[in-house]
Design a binder for this molecule. Structure first.
Ligand SMILES: NC(=O)c1ccc[n+]([C@@H]2O[C@H](COP(=O)([O-])OP(=O)(O)OC[C@H]3O[C@@H](n4cnc5c(N)ncnc54)[C@H](O)[C@@H]3O)[C@@H](O)[C@H]2O)c1
Length: 441
């Protein structure tokens, strides 16, 4: 089929590449010309394991092309997939201006007789009806169009695997014919498909993210209590997760969730509920717990060194999770901002995202992709992203290269016995401090 994907971010690019790989003819359109030029040359604008090879091979097979020209993008595709960003507005609601821009482009540049418009961007319930209205307002050429809500569930860092081997595909539509065309489109993937109405499809995405965020904040609160009562969160998580009704996933305590989805989608769902006069107390608490979680780690550090001023502090991990260069809403930024305010000398390490946050800071923060450089002569270190490079960094090296080996591990990367034997002072989440130490500032 002839498909245009609007937006070449994490979702649009991965979707476009996947559809080309399974045999469709895909045009990826983006308003960012620089991104498009790079993509035409086979260069991915995002770090996502496995994506570069798929871009190059599908460009070579002439099944994939990139454009910033609206005529080329919208004139004759049978399907347009909307995968543009829906960032958060100041009040927490979703900004739909990019989605509206695509709807307007479709009506202005489309020349086809029939078209299926698929919304993959995460949009509040009711948005597809808005898209319908935006299109109908301007439609002049009599194109018959149908809408399909098809929310995306990929995770950055494993987006290619998730797209080819997802748990489910949700297809929400008022048109049986359009729904069956989209089912056919994805059929080579052999992923279970659930057909719903449009509103339920839109809600499934928000409810899924809200549920996962709730699991994370729940286990983090249990971890915070474990620290105070002398329990070990890892044993507690294992014990909970062995219950089939609960399962072991999303029960790893830490400094909280970040990224471009959970923070904004939880806030948007609170707003959405508020719009229909429902106060979503549970989700509001989930958000509050998450906002607090990095601050609790900092608080632990403050109790050990009563001032950060002038001290070299290493921050290990900038990306919001491993295997991505995405730093949106990353816990590292909360930690770095606070340390920066308190005039620490911060050296932040990340194997991939080290340059992305550089422009956010005028002074006092340095970025490196060399973990040893970050740690050498540091007074203390925060572990914020559980990259393999961090987990595999030999624990004895902290003693060897830091001025004082004091570690605040927000991802529980190290075994407590090994930490004890190595001699480092080690504070983690939901576990007892190892070799605790008070030093004078
Ligand atoms: N990133 C994820 O892990 C993930 C997972 C599931 C769902 N989502 C949702 O998918 C949507 C896209 O997310 P993302 O992370 O890929 O965003 P992104 O910010 O990485 O990319 C969005 C892209 O859209 C482009 N764009 C903006 N306006 C455009 C327009 N009018 N026409 C064409 N391109 C335009 C931007 O230039 C950018 O390249 C969001 O609604 C997000 O919530 C994201």
């Amino acid at each position: 089929m002839k498909i245009t994907v609007a937006g070449t971010g994490y979702v649009g690019l991965v979707t476009g590449v996947m559809l080309a790989e399974i045999g469709h003819h895909v045009t990826c359109f983006d308003i960012n010309e620089e991104k498009v030029e790079g993509l035409k040359a086979g260069k991915s604008p995002i770090y996502e394991p496995g994506i570069d090879a798929l871009i190059v091979s599908n460009l070579d097979r002439m099944r994939l092309n990139f454009t910033s020209n609206r005529d080329c993008a919208y004139a004759y595709p049978e399907i347009v997939i909307i995968a543009v960003g829906t960032p958060e507005e100041e009040d927490g609601s979703a900004d739909l201006s990019y989605v509206k821009m695509v709807a307007k482009d479709i009506t202005k540049y489309g020349k086809q007789k029939e078209l299926i418009i698929v919304t993959k961007s995460t949009v509040p319930v009711g948005t597809n009806q808005k898209i319908k209205k935006w299109i109908e307002e301007d439609l002049q050429n009599g194109t018959k169009f149908d809408l399909v809500s098809n929310p995306e569930f990929l995770r950055e860092g494993s987006a290619i695997k998730d797209t080819f081997h997802g748990d489910r595909i949700i297809i929400g539509s008022e048109s049986k014919l359009a729904a069956s065309v989209i089912e056919e489109l994805y059929s080579p993937l052999n992923i279970p498909i659930l057909h719903t109405d449009i509103e339920s499809a839109e809600m499934i995405k928000y409810a899924s993210n809200a549920f996962l965020a709730t699991k994370i904040s729940f286990i983090n609160e249990i971890a915070n209590i474990c620290e105070k009562v002398g329990a070990n969160i890892e044993d507690v998580s294992t014990g909970i997760g062995l219950d089939n009704r609960i399962g072991p996933k999303f029960l790893q305590a830490g400094v909280g969730y970040g990224g471009s989805c959970f923070p904004k989608d939880t806030k948007a769902l609170v707003q959405l509920a508020g719009n229909v006069k429902h106060k979503f107390d549970l989700l509001e608490s989930v958000i509050e717990v998450n906002n607090n979680q990095p601050l609790l780690l900092l608080q632990k550090a403050r109790e050990v060194v009563d001032s950060f001023k002038g001290k070299k502090v290493a921050v290990l991990g900038v990306a919001f999770k491993p295997n991505t260069d995405d730093i949106r809403e990353a816990a590292s930024l909360t930690i770095i901002n606070e340390l920066n305010k308190e005039q620490a000398i911060i050296v932040a390490y990340d194997p991939v995202a080290h340059l992305k946050a550089k422009d956010l800071y005028k002074q006092g923060v340095f970025f490196t992709n060399d973990i040893r450089e970050a740690l050498t002569d540091a007074t203390l270190a925060f572990i914020i992203t559980e990259w393999d490079e961090v987990k595999e960094f030999p624990i004895e090296k902290y003693v060897e290269i830091m001025e004082t080996p004091i570690i605040f591990d927000g991802r529980n990367c190290y075994d407590l016995h090994k930490a004890k034997n190595s001699g480092i002072s080690y504070y983690s989440v939901g576990r007892q401090a190892v070799n605790p130490l008070i030093i004078n500032s």
